[in-house]
Design a binder for this molecule. Structure first.
Ligand SMILES: Nc1ncnc2c1ncn2[C@@H]1O[C@H](COP(=O)(O)OP(=O)(O)OP(=O)(O)O)[C@@H](O)[C@H]1O
Ligand SMILES: [Mg+2]
Length: 391
């Protein structure tokens, strides 16, 4: 079943929580709704499910207007952000619940319920746990039961609100994989909410980035990562060095240094975003687009080497190179190097509105038209942590 969200707006009291949201989810697609805490993800999911009524706009399910259709008739399975299994019911009864409360005429027979629940428990690989109670399960197992319970009624749309929210990294990894497998097996149209960018990029066919109640960008993981449409998306997806300076076509001047950037139509004061992997480190100076830097920290544990550099204009910058390149360079802490940007990948420039320097014009701080948040003035580097704790 396809989902179309058309011009949905929602206010709580005077606060706008969703502002003219338009999203299309194709039948069978797995879409991630990604955004920081408070950006409206849960509210949007609840509007799609029919648990919340939008002030404006409509929800189409398979092309039919479902805006005024009650929750029960929308065919959605929902796993809540702070899911609650019924504590006094066994795992089996939790999963069977949705089937038992169906109206008599559509309620399956006891045998059918039994076999359906067994199948679902097998699907989430917890068939041996049918007689346990939620308190006897790990967090990851409970999430899988919540998923099985949502699937029991044969939903045509699965809405998952931070299904792996409170779990540790390893368990999240495993569950990610099982959600992807499950989705590939069942082909149920799925929208899942997360504020973990890695999770979204890894799992989803398409990612919808939300910020303060608006959609900043929707696209494949590759598109949104490689061609971020707004400063917000740039900042939110992956680590990025944030450099303030002057942008002139294919050059940015940062701290008096010229850096190569992708050709930009606009000129003026603005911000250059550089992914750590888009910095090229050399031990000799061979181009005017290089700046001098000193290695201040090296973390070589892992498949890539993370290098912290003190740039000649006094700011710290983070770079990443492969292990092979690191060995070739033969650098270590305190080494002096020359660094340039590779404008073909991972360098984005945004001219500030009005071309005013963010550091001299307070109005350029904070939210930019288009939803960007450029952070405090004068901050030349920031690492964006997106694994916020679930509130
Ligand atoms: N019932 C409500 N009454 C008033 N305000 C609400 C209500 N529900 C949500 N809000 C507000 O709407 C905004 C968006 O909330 P929402 O739960 O959709 O965010 P979210 O993106 O899911 O955040 P999180 O990642 O923390 O779960 C927040 O500012 C929240 O305080
Ligand atoms: Mg939420």
């Amino acid at each position: 079943m396809s989902i179309a969200v058309r011009g949905v707006s929602k206010r709580f009291k005077s606060v706008s929580v969703l502002d003219d949201i338009n999203i299309d989810v194709a039948a069978g697609e797995l879409v991630a709704l990604l955004g920081p805490s408070g950006s409206g993800k849960t509210t949007l999911l609840r509007v799609i499910a029919g648990l919340e009524i939008a002030d404006q706009g409509s929800i189409l399910l398979d092309g039919e207007d479902a805006t005024s259709r009650p929750v029960k008739e929308r065919g959605v399975g929902f796993v809540f952000q702070h899911y609650a299994l019924f504590r006094h019911m066994s795992v089996f009864e939790n999963v069977a619940f949705g089937l038992r409360v169906k109206p008599r005429k559509s309620r399956p027979s006891e045998e059918d319920i039994e076999s359906k629940v067994r199948d679902l428990l097998e699907l989430v690989q917890l068939d041996a746990y049918a007689d346990r109670y939620p308190s006897q399960l790990s967090g990851g197992q409970r999430q899988r039961i919540a998923l099985a319970r949502a699937l029991a009624v044969g939903p045509r749309v699965l809405l998952l609100d931070e299904p792996f929210g409170a779990l540790d990294a390893k368990v999240r990894q495993d569950l990610r994989r099982s959600l992807r497998d499950l989705h590939d097996d069942l082909g149920v149209t799925t929208v899942f909410v997360t504020h973990d960018q890695e999770e979204a990029l890894e799992l989803a066919d398409r990612v919808v980035l939300m910020n303060r109640g608006v959609v900043e960008q929707a696209g494949s993981p590759q598109e949104v990562y490689e061609r971020p449409a707004t400063p917000f998306v740039c900042n939110f997806l992956g680590d990025v060095n944030v450099l303030q300076g002057r942008i002139e076509q294919d050059t940015a001047f940062v701290g008096g240094i010229a850096l190569a950037i992708p050709a930009n139509a606009a000129s003026g004061d603005g911000v250059v975003y550089v992914r750590p992997h888009a910095l090229d480190i050399r031990t000799t100076r061979d181009s005017r687009y290089q700046f001098a830097a000193r290695v201040v920290h090296v973390n070589s544990a892992g498949s890539i080497v993370k290098i912290e550099l003190l740039a000649e204009w006094g700011k710290t910058i983070r770079a990443e190179v492969t292990q092979e390149r690191f060995r070739q360079l033969g650098i270590q802490r305190h080494s002096d190097v020359f660094v340039s940007t590779d404008p073909s990948a991972g360098v984005f420039a945004h001219v500030s509105p009005g071309g005013a320097s963010p550091s001299s014009a307070p109005a350029a701080e904070g939210r930019q038209p288009g939803g960007g948040h450029l952070g405090a003035s004068g901050v030349a580097y920031s690492t964006v942590k997106t694994n916020l704790l679930t509130s």
